[in-house]
Design a protein around this ligand. Structure first.
Ligand code: HEC
Length: 422
């Protein structure tokens, strides 16, 4: 009896305690939009989720975020958003703090929803500079010479169009690129951009064969030195400028052209619109470390039709030492996982790794400090593809065998690696 009484008293106390806390909330623990939630979204999401961005919805106002809150919470908790990038446990990259959402931020979002999505006081909202991620102090900007209107006529890849624009830089002396970032004109059309240097001018080539020829092409006439570092950078929406470390730069000769390969995607809101994008660079006339982007990968594979997880591995060993400054991992739409590292066994050092490769979100990862690679150290490559009908990104369904090639419905396995030999 006594026991039951005690339990009842305890229950009553518990209830009254609950009641008290309901009537007098502890404000310190109430998560509010302007103080707690908006900074998370501004830092991690708004670059893509704004009025013009490619992400679904505009997360810049309380009303919008409130409406999408359950979806937002689900997307961050199951790791869909922000879109997966290279694994931070492999290596820490410049700017990677905004590419991943911390667990405590995810928890804060859930708590905010549980508590009824408190708005808070609009006057406490901070000013955010809307994330256009322009390159500061750019001293060379190279824009497409005329506007281009994509026709989206490809039967091979409906709704997508890949075009190359080869543009003169008008410099008469050799120079080094120390930072690079595209200048996107029409955000509603431009999906992603690859930047390279080439040796012919002004041609617009559909790089998504069979209806056109490739533009960033190994050994092709268009880019003279693909093997010797013609790639400069890759960009996807939400990405910040790529800035090389210390006194490092990529050499461009006076007779070379800047090639911008643009992936346009069909957007009903931007029907028949045109685009005139380009690239901004920071340059200098001398550097201590001449960096080149080498395609380190393998072309020797055939992914069998229907294979859910087909892995190819390879390694490349140079008889001389070099330094690695960053890496741009690249596969096509069947890509699922990649890993790039140097050394074997206990000596192995991870460069970039992901078990959730996302073709829509390819980035150039710049290391905080360059990695020394002694002579005769293997550079290890591993790519895994899903060529089964279950892969939602598959182009040929029923699946067919897929080999190396630059068309989107072929595959690639490259780490475009920023390397210097000094
Ligand atoms: C690099 C660009 C980018 C960033 C950064 C980004 N998103 Fe997205 N997001 C997208 C794109 C593109 C889509 C639409 C395509 C899709 O549905 O996969 C999308 C779709 C969504 C959707 C709706 C579909 C779904 O998967 O639930 C939600 C919700 C979402 N994002 C939330 C977020 C949140 C929250 C953040 C920040 C923590 C964020 N996103 C960061 C690009 C981005």
């Amino acid at each position: 009896m006594e026991k039951i009484l005690l339990v009842m008293v305890a229950l009553l106390l518990a209830c009254s305690e609950k009641k008290d806390s309901f009537e007098e909330p502890n404000y310190a623990e109430i998560v509010d939009f302007y103080e707690d939630i908006q900074p998370i979204l501004e830092n991690n999401c708004v670059a893509c989720h704004n009025e013009e961005g490619q992400g679904l919805g505009d997360f810049t106002s309380y009303e919008n975020v409130r409406m999408m809150a359950p979806l937002i919470s689900a997307s961050v908790h199951d790791g869909r958003m922000p879109p997966p990038v290279a694994d931070p446990n492999c290596r820490d990259y410049k700017g990677s703090e905004v590419l991943h959402l911390a667990q405590e931020d995810k928890d804060l979002i859930s708590k905010w929803i549980e508590q009824g999505m408190e708005e808070g006081d609009p006057s406490t909202a901070l000013e955010y500079d809307r994330k256009t991620f322009e390159l500061e102090d750019a001293d060379l900007t190279v824009m497409m010479t005329e506007p281009y209107t994509p026709s989206f006529s490809s039967e091979n890849n409906p709704g997508n169009e890949y075009r190359c624009f080869s543009i003169p830089h008008n410099r008469t002396e050799p120079f080094y690129i120390t930072a690079v970032h595209p200048v996107i004109d029409n955000h509603e059309l431009v999906h992603h951009v690859v930047i390279a240097k080439g040796d012919s001018e002004g041609i617009i080539i559909d790089s998504n064969r069979p209806e056109g020829k490739g533009c960033i092409r190994r050994g092709g006439a268009f880019i003279r030195n693909f093997e010797h570092g013609a790639m400069l950078s890759g960009w996807a929406p939400g990405m910040r400028p790529v800035e090389l470390n210390k006194d490092a730069g990529m050499l461009v000769m006076p007779d070379e052209f800047i090639v911008v390969q643009v992936h346009y995607y069909q957007n009903p809101d931007a029907h028949k619109q045109s685009d005139q994008s380009g690239v901004a660079f920071r340059t200098t006339d001398s550097v201590d470390h001449v960096v080149q982007m080498f395609p380190l990968g393998t072309t020797d594979f055939t992914i069998p039709a229907g294979e859910e997880a087909y892995t190819v591995t390879d390694d490349i060993t140079l008889p001389i030492g070099y330094k690695i400054w960053g890496i741009f991992p690249h596969m096509h739409v069947l890509g699922d996982a990649y890993s790039f590292s140097i050394g074997k066994g206990e000596e192995e050092k991870c460069l970039a790794k992901s078990d959730h490769y996302d073709f829509e979100n390819q980035l150039t990862y710049i290391f905080h400090d360059e990695v020394e690679v002694p002579a005769d150290t293997p550079f290890n490559i591993s790519c895994t593809w899903n060529n089964s009908a279950e892969n939602p990104n598959i182009i040929h369904n029923p699946p067919v065998d897929i080999s190396n090639g630059e068309r989107t419905d072929e595959e690639m396995c490259f780490g475009f690696t920023l390397v210097s030999f000094n």
